[in-house]
Design a protein around this ligand. Sequence first.
Ligand code: ASP
Ligand code: MG
Length: 414
Amino acid sequence: MALLVLKFGGTSVSDIERIECVADKIVRETHAGHKVVVVVSAMSGITDRLVGYCLEINELHDVSEYDTVVSAGEQITSGLMAIALQKRGVKARSWLGWQIPIKTNNVYGKARIKSIGIEELHKHLDDGEVAVVPGFQGITEESRISTLGRGGSDTSAVALAAALGADRCDIYTDVNGVYTADPRIVPEASKISRISYEEMLELASLGSKVLQTRSVEMGAKSGVAIQVLSSFDDEVGSALKGTLVVTEEEIVEQVIVTGIAHRQDEAKVTVIGVEDRPSVAAGLFGPLAKAAVNVDMIVQNISADGRTDMTFTINKTDLARAIKVLEEDVECSYDKVITRENVCKISVVGIGMQSHAGVANTMFNTLGEKGINIHVISTSEIKISVLIDSDYTELALRSLHTAYGLDCQESNPE
Ligand code: ASP
Ligand code: MG
């Protein structure tokens, strides 16, 4: 008998029929003897609609009132799910954020969880009752409702699992796991059965969007096993057919490259003819940071005649702001700025890289053979990223997938 936290995303509870299907799944876990905490998202589309209402009245609305509005979607699903479970003869009740309580800081719209009260919850679970918790919401020190940022229900679920000492946190979504690459682009991509928190963090922040980054960080800190699986498949989580996010030690057979991620939302900025002297990088990137422009990859060219070129990437949505900062605020002289938007960042990720040489070389050779030019390179212990023209995205992903031996095989056999 295990204690399980089961989280169901918006598409898994998109209408009454889906809520009833999910309730059937939960009943299968309770009948197997498990204690169950359910965390639900808002029915799909609801949160966007609620956000839209706030914006319609005032684009510069009070964020604490925004939280009051947008947290409502999850509250509705939690009550409906409790009713669906009761109809199936299972004892169940909803637990709103303030009733547990899930205490957060006062950063409305993007709050962080500070503590979770578990005593009452444990009593009810011991009594055979299913707890249905609306994800995404908490309560601040000022006794007001807060939300955890978009996609925050994942974090609610993992945080509850950590606080309760759950055996596993199953994140039910509309894909059946994490893939070695985007299967819509790479047909040979396969489901990864086990992945480490560190790798998942790289993939989550690189835009594979299955889990909120913060939930993975919380998993890593607490060691809660997180499983990503589909609510549209027949199996329940205890069959372990999804992707398990676990510690490095729990991955029996390590591969060198676990997955390849890509993101198209970056833009490249090159500042030509920057005066090359100490503290010039600070003079350039300091004002960008102050304007909340998040800089990702950076390269500085060899200098000639006391001048150099500096290239960096930022989010496309920050491009206009970055150009304004470069024109008005930077504390160094330069000749001109060139920008480029049709770029794609491709990253190969794998903990096995730490102990293997030649991983970067394989990447560069593969891209070279296909005639794909690399604009910028950056690396970390478990990741190598390159920036290329977005026209070559498909070709690069497919050839790298083959080069690293990821085609059509279970990448991490159990
Ligand atoms: N409903 C919220 C959102 O759409 C939270 C979540 O589903 O995780 O962002
Ligand atoms: Mg989500």
